[in-house]
Design a protein around this ligand. Sequence first.
Ligand code: SF4
Length: 234
Amino acid sequence: MPSPIVTATLFGLKGDNLKLLTQNSKMKKAKIKTFDFAIPAWSSEATGIKTCPGADWNKCGKICYARDGRYRMKSTQNAMEARLAITQKVDFVDIMSSEINEKLKRNPKGFNLRMHSSGDFYHRVYLLKWTALAIKYPMVTFYAYTKMVPFFRGHTLPPNMTVVFSYGGKFDNQITYGDRHAKVFPSVYALRKAGYTDASVNDTVAANPKIRRLGLVYHGRYYRSKVKPTLGLD
Ligand code: SF4
């Protein structure tokens, strides 16, 4: 089985340049140390794997923030493809455990780990791997936005793992008001007026299971367009 370094090399990266866990600007603002694991949004160009199988092209795919801007850089795309390849390995849990162990050396009290600033749970087996990691590391809070609502019906999550159902997918009609969920609003004022908590600026909100209704304000490439998304993006 190729190591992460070999996998990275296959995607044109120097092995030691592949970071499994990274931080974006939103996470750097989080009150609690937060890391992110990103795979290709919508689908993998290298393998054709549909990485967001619950997404609806017209609602979120064509205006996806994670297929725009810095995400289009070749180095970023290669890193996301390499991470996706690593998730498919039978020893993904061991590989990710090594990375988490490294982060715990500097953050011994734990940290937040966002599964996917881009991409989603593309297969039930993949969800099980993250669930195993959450059980193994109770001091780490694992969180994700997801459109794969059916995967979570009947699937018990450990207390340190939480997901937010994100409107804008094929399974919107399965999201109930009582579920943790996220919607996109035209402004912070509008989301607050509707009784939602602003999750646009600080990612700590998404990691807190007590916050049930999250509002996001869209700032992607359609921001100044007359065509505004009306449903959720994660
Ligand atoms: S908005 Fe989220 S679910 Fe939709 S395509 Fe982009 S990463 Fe996937």
